[in-house]
Design a protein around this ligand. Structure first.
Ligand SMILES: [Zn+2]
Length: 66
């Protein structure tokens, strides 16, 4: 319906399309992507599950697709 507008945002930092994998909250080791699931309730949004190869901790992050 509405056009894609670029309003003035109070940040300045442009988020890249593919954010780097987050570090493990337990051992701070870089996590790997285990699973990507599209969110049905929000179009253009994915739930990404990251897992740590060292301690096995898993976290889920919601990432917007461009
Ligand atoms: Zn870990």
């Amino acid at each position: 319906m509405s056009t894609h507008e670029q309003g003035p945002s109070s940040g300045g930092t442009v988020i890249p399309t593919a954010p780097p994998n987050p570090p493990c909250p337990t051992c701070e080791r870089r996590m790997v992507v285990r699973q990507v699931m599209p969110v049905l309730l929000a179009f253009g949004v994915d739930d990404v599950i990251y897992g740590c190869e060292k301690c096995g901790t898993e976290i889920k992050q919601t990432i917007k697709r461009p």
